[in-house]
Design a protein around this ligand. Structure first.
Ligand code: C2E
Ligand code: MG
Ligand code: MG
Length: 662
């Protein structure tokens, strides 16, 4: 049985028995009348018989009405039959009592009893409704004998014959009552349907409005921090300042944490969430709760009225001090030191449109996180907007660079200064963007490093370099080498050494021909890890070089323990070696120090013969620069390697091997 059928049946049965509950009460009225009459006239056996019959009927009725609904009737039809039967029993009882009393009572007594009984019978027969045809039949049943008594002043024959007629009419009354009842049932069922439908609809609409409320709350607030959403914050800002045409200057602060992605990667998202909560907590302590919104991940926005730019900057500086407070992770004293980046845009100075203001604050924030910016804040300006847009264009372009085959490796020769022999080359990356044109690595490498794209790009470089080196080694023997630049993120990536080993193996390279160049600053980012990887590389036979030496901040104590073979002295010292006594002194001392600790020295950026000769005289081992060749295509470099000045072209074994410098 379906759910709605069950509900309908229950509704009908409930209704039916609710009506029947009144029957015993109604039955009490004739019983009282009978008792009154009996008190006046001597009881006889006949009276007792009728009374017993009446009592039985009432008892059955009582019994039925007190039974629990589900035991009483399986279906509404059986309930109806039962009810009609009970009605008949009662009607029989009434009329019989009436007939019998007519013999004993005074016509006025009979008339009063008849009126009472009429009402009772009508109520009994039509207990379900006061439907007029049923009511009329019931009235007739009782009025006929009563009227005959009153009109004909007691005529035995007439009375009895009319009584029998009335008696015969009882089933008709029952039938009418039943028909009426059936109609009623249909109504009740329809009602039940309606009730069910209405209640279901009501329930649904309650649920819907609850869900709507929940959705609104979800839309309006962030589930992690409980702060308001960006949309709500924006509409608040528009209502409070823009719609009111407020002339007050309002600063919009776009806050996030530098390298938040790294925190997530290193410690997991739970710790990431913890950092977000801490930042949210600091911001709420700093400004009103309703004024801070959590945009996404580690990004928050809030506004504050300020007098001028300086006031906005001071506010950002104060906030940065707060946000820099270390977060204890509770893991053996491990703590995170968040580095905030705060972008600021001013209303109405920069714009009066909230979306534009947010974009500007985000651009300023982005600029603040740029490779060379160490400031915690950045105030929006046209230059910042251009630089940041360029940065974003570069990042987007780089994502497709490999797939669009826009990357290329050029090779710059490296020479042995004493002999002038080309001993190998440094691979330098070039990007010919289809949309941005040729982009210098000085510009795009930091973007690739910042965005993490360097992992993918660096891997492509290594693969290409191994392929090139394999060709060269085949042609010129194992003495030739190729140096490849590797970024800090690449070097410290989980499987750097393993990936490199796979590339070398796939191309059948002698690992000693490959040199990995790492900048000082890359090593100093994470010296322990970098040193472990360098050791691994050395064990693999790969040569290692410290690039741009002198420009970073490497400590000499690290240099002592570092697993490197070559120091590459930066161009900034070399270019002035003949003109600046200081640069000369530094260059000389670096050469001596390198020799003393067993490292080979490569001088970068040798543009003139004088510089080359000077370095040679100082005892520098190798050189690289425009004097010997600019970065060039592989073809050109190979032709240089084949040239007469290449010792390896006659006897490849005489080219210093990569491992020789160790
Ligand atoms: P770097 O590794 O120090 O490379 C030397 C840079 O100096 C090259 O610039 C080269 O073209 C330039 N150079 C060489 N000789 C001279 C000279 O005599 N005079 C002058 N003025 N410049 C000279 P480039 O190719 O623009 O590369 C710049 C930097 O980009 C590289 O510096 C390196 O740090 C980075 N880079 C290049 N390719 C890659 C790469 O594949 N991976 C990574 N991670 N970084 C790369
Ligand atoms: Mg280099
Ligand atoms: Mg360099």
């Amino acid at each position: 049985m379906s759910n709605s059928e069950e509900i309908q049946q229950r509704a009908v049965t409930e209704h039916l028995f609710a009506q029947m509950r009144w029957m015993p009460v109604l039955a009490l009225i004739p019983l009282t009348v009978i008792a009154l009459v009996l008190w006046q006239h001597a009881p006889s056996l006949q009276i007792l018989l009728w009374l017993g019959f009446m009592a039985l009927g009432e008892m059955v009725l009582l019994l039925v009405t007190r039974m629990p609904i589900n035991e009483r009737a399986g279906t509404w039809q059986s309930s109806l039959r039962l009810f009609a039967g009970m009605q008949l029993v009662l009607a029989l009882g009434w009329s019989s009592v009436l007939f019998w009393f007519l013999d004993y009572l005074h016509p006025w007594q009979i008339a009063s009893i008849a009126i009472v009984l009429m009402a009772v019978a009508a109520a009994g027969l039509n207990s379900l409704s006061w439907h007029w045809p049923t009511y009329a039949v019931s009235l007739m049943v009782l009025l006929v004998p009563v009227g005959s008594v009153l009109i004909f002043n007691y005529d035995d024959f007439l009375l009895h014959s009319l009584g029998v007629m009335a008696f015969l009419m009882l089933p008709l009354a029952g039938y009418v009552s039943r028909r009426e009842y059936l109609e009623r049932i249909v109504l009740v069922m329809a009602e039940a349907d309606k009730v069910e439908l209405t209640s279901t609809l009501q329930q649904r609409s309650h649920e819907l409005s609850r869900m709507r409320k929940q959705l609104k709350t979800l839309k309006d607030t962030d589930s992690l921090t409980g702060l308001i959403s960006g949309e709500r914050w924006k509409s608040q800002f528009v209502e409070t300042y823009i719609n009111q045409q407020n002339s007050e200057r309002i600063a919009i602060f776009f806050v996030d944490i530098r390298h938040f992605r790294k925190i997530n990667q290193r410690w997991g998202t739970l710790v990431g969430d913890r950092v977000i909560l801490e930042v949210a907590g600091h911001l709420v302590a700093f400004v009103d709760h309703q004024n801070v919104c959590h945009l996404s991940a580690d990004e928050f926005v809030f506004s504050a009225p300020v007098k001028n730019e300086q006031a906005a900057i001071e506010l950002a500086q104060g906030l940065a001090r707060y946000l820099r407070l270390p977060i204890q992770l509770g893991l053996e004293g491990v703590s995170i030191h968040p580095e905030p980046a705060i972008g600021i845009a001013l209303y109405p100075d920069h714009s009066t449109d909230i979306d534009t203001l947010l974009d500007y604050a985000a651009l300023a924030n982005h600029h603040c996180k740029g490779k060379y910016s160490s400031k915690a804040y950045s105030l929006f300006s046209a230059e910042i907007a251009n630089a940041t847009r360029r940065y974003i264009d570069l990042e987007m372009g780089l994502k497709q660079a490999i797939a669009k085959r826009e990357l290329e490796l050029l090779y710059q020769p490296q020479v042995e200064l004493q002999t002038g022999a080309i001993i190998g080359a440094e691979a330098l990356l070039r990007w010919h963007s289809s949309t941005l044109g040729a982009v210098s690595p000085v510009e795009f490498i930091p973007v690739a490093e910042n965005s993490g794209l360097i992992l993918q790009i660096g891997d492509w470089v290594l693969e290409q370099a191994c392929a090139t080196l394999a060709r060269w080694q085949k042609q010129f023997g194992p003495g030739v080498h190729l140096a490849v630049n590797v970024s800090a993120m690449q070097l410290t990536a989980r499987d750097f050494a393993e990936r490199l080993a796979r590339h070398l193996e796939r191309h059948g390279c002698d690992s000693r021909g490959l040199h990995v160049e790492i900048t000082e600053s890359a090593i100093m980012d994470n010296p322990e890890l970098a040193m472990r990887v360098l050791k691994k590389l050395r064990l693999m036979g790969v040569g290692t070089a410290l690039d741009d030496f002198g420009t970073g901040y490497s400590s000499l104590s690290y240099l002592k323990d570092m697993e490197i073979d070559y120091l590459k002295l930066d161009r900034s010292f070399i270019s002035n070696v003949n003109t600046s006594p200081k640069d000369r002194a530094i260059t000389e001392s670096v050469i001596h120090m390198a020799k003393a600790i067993g490292l080979k020295l490569v001088a970068e950026g040798i543009e003139t013969e004088e510089i080359g000769n000077a370095l040679c005289a100082m005892g520098c081992d190798y050189g690289q620069g425009w004097l010997y060749g600019r970065p060039m295509h592989e073809r050109s470099l190979v032709s240089m390697l084949i040239g007469p000045e290449l010792p390896g072209s006659q006897a490849p074994g005489s080219v210093p091997a990569a491992g020789e410098g160790r």
